[in-house]
Design a protein around this ligand. Structure first.
Ligand SMILES: *Cc1c(COP(=O)(O)O)cnc(C)c1O
Length: 400
């Protein structure tokens, strides 16, 4: 078959299975009240799908940091970090991030990356090799799965939060090097990994514990320092990845680990070595975002977010659908069927409410869902509007 024809037919199959994805074009900054461009022209929408948990993506102080950074440092870094692209702004940001995680990781240093995806594949592909066995949680993010593939390590996927199975597999392993890897907050379910127990297992078996805290850094723990702080952990065998495009509202990620680990990454992590450093102005914007998340304003924003989460959960009555027992800003409602999920998302959209419908392969077959994400930037009345719309849709479902 002609290769173009073949691709067309594969796209056709995706469409038939209700798995075809489309992008919507947003006009203006990331805010709950947003404008979406479409066939019938610009349309106001109330969005419940960003990861901008504290409303920092369009915060004046963060935007001012980006402007100041660009004025003083220009637009681009010019090279990779190991050639000439490692600017003072990057360095200062790294020192500050290392200091934040240092109560949890002795000898802590931090390394700044352009994205969380890149940081995850960099850590896995350089810390693990053919002589490593990686114990990977079933619901881990795609970037972790891809990093494991790149590492060529042996992979053991353990069932979600199943510590007994993980322990048995660790005991049975004869690998020279071992690494346990997990999301700290599961991105599609919103629940927390049992990090204290995982760290204990890692200690018993001489393994690293790599923690992807994309949805925890900035929102969990004292001063928003993330999941290690939330659980009060401390070990030099922790490798922590925090991302900076979600609660921090900008872009990028960092690895925090013992200085020896960081030095190894600088030497050997190909995604670090062979990629242009991100604009130093981003580091200035991120310092402004950290001023907020680690300060008194951060406490206020986190309290507002917690109030929005409680308000949504108290109001929702969505039987026969199932609201997952999440305490975080990620509040999924399981519908199951792909078409029914997209129909529900479509019905909300008709009412100007934007909630992401999530289907396989992002989530397991039969667990398609509406993934509501909340932000401190949502007004209480906006939460109430979503609750009323969801409750009405679920009621229609019950009456069928
Ligand atoms: C978003 C996300 C990433 C990727 O981070 P980016 O900075 O967006 O590339 C990694 N892990 C998890 C769990 C995520 O949700």
């Amino acid at each position: 078959m002609d290769p173009l024809q073949e691709l067309r037919s594969r796209l056709g199959q995706l469409q038939e299975q209700q798995l075809l994805r489309t992008r919507r074009i947003v006009e203006g900054p990331c805010r709950p009240q947003t404008t979406v461009l479409g066939g019938e022209g610009p349309r106001p929408m109330l969005a419940f799908c960003s990861n901008d948990y504290l409303g920092l993506a369009a915060h004046p102080a963060v935007v001012a940091g980006l402007e100041r950074g660009a004025r003083q440092l220009g637009a681009g870094s010019g090279a990779s970090h190991l050639i000439s692209g490692h600017h003072l702004a990057h360095h200062r940001l790294e020192e500050r991030l290392a200091q934040l995680e240092s109560p949890h990781i002795p000898g802590c240093r931090a390394l700044f990356f352009g994205t969380g995806y890149l940081a995850n594949i960099a850590v896995l592909a350089s810390l693990a090799d053919r002589e490593t066995e990686i114990f990977s949680e079933e619901l881990n993010h795609a970037s972790l799965i891809d990093g494991i593939r790149m590492s060529r390590a042996r992979r053991q996927v353990y069932p979600h939060a199943d510590l007994a199975t993980l322990a048995a597999r660790l005991r049975a392993s004869t690998a020279r090097r071992k690494l346990i890897v997990t999301d700290a907050v599961f991105s599609m379910d919103g629940d927390l990994a049992p990090l204290p127990q995982l760290l204990e297992l890692a200690g018993q078996h001489g393994a690293w514990l790599m923690v992807d805290d994309a949805h925890g850094f900035g929102v969990l723990g004292e001063r928003g320092r993330g999941s290690l702080a939330h659980h009060g952990l401390r070990s030099e065998h922790l490798v922590y990845v925090g991302t900076l495009g979600k609660a921090l509202g900008v872009a990028g990620a960092f690895v925090a680990a013992h200085e020896t680990v960081i030095e190894w990454l600088v030497q050997r992590a190909r995604p670090y070595v062979f990629s242009t450093a991100s604009p130093p102005a981003l580091a200035v914007a991120l310092e402004a975002a950290l001023d907020i998340t680690t300060g008194a304003q951060g406490e206020t924003l986190r309290a507002a977010l917690a109030e929005r989460i409680a308000r949504l959960r108290a109001g929702l009555a969505v039987d026969p659908w199932r609201l997952l027992p999440s305490t975080t800003a990620i509040q999924p409602i399981i519908i199951g069927d792909n078409a029914a999920t997209m129909a529900a998302a479509g019905a909300l959209q008709e009412q100007g409410l934007w909630v992401a419908g999530i289907r396989p392969p992002t989530v397991p077959q039969g667990s398609s869902r509406l993934r509501v994400t909340l932000s401190a930037a949502h007004a209480p009345a906006q939460i109430d509007q979503l609750v009323a719309a969801l409750n009405a849709l679920a009621a229609q479902q019950r009456d069928r």
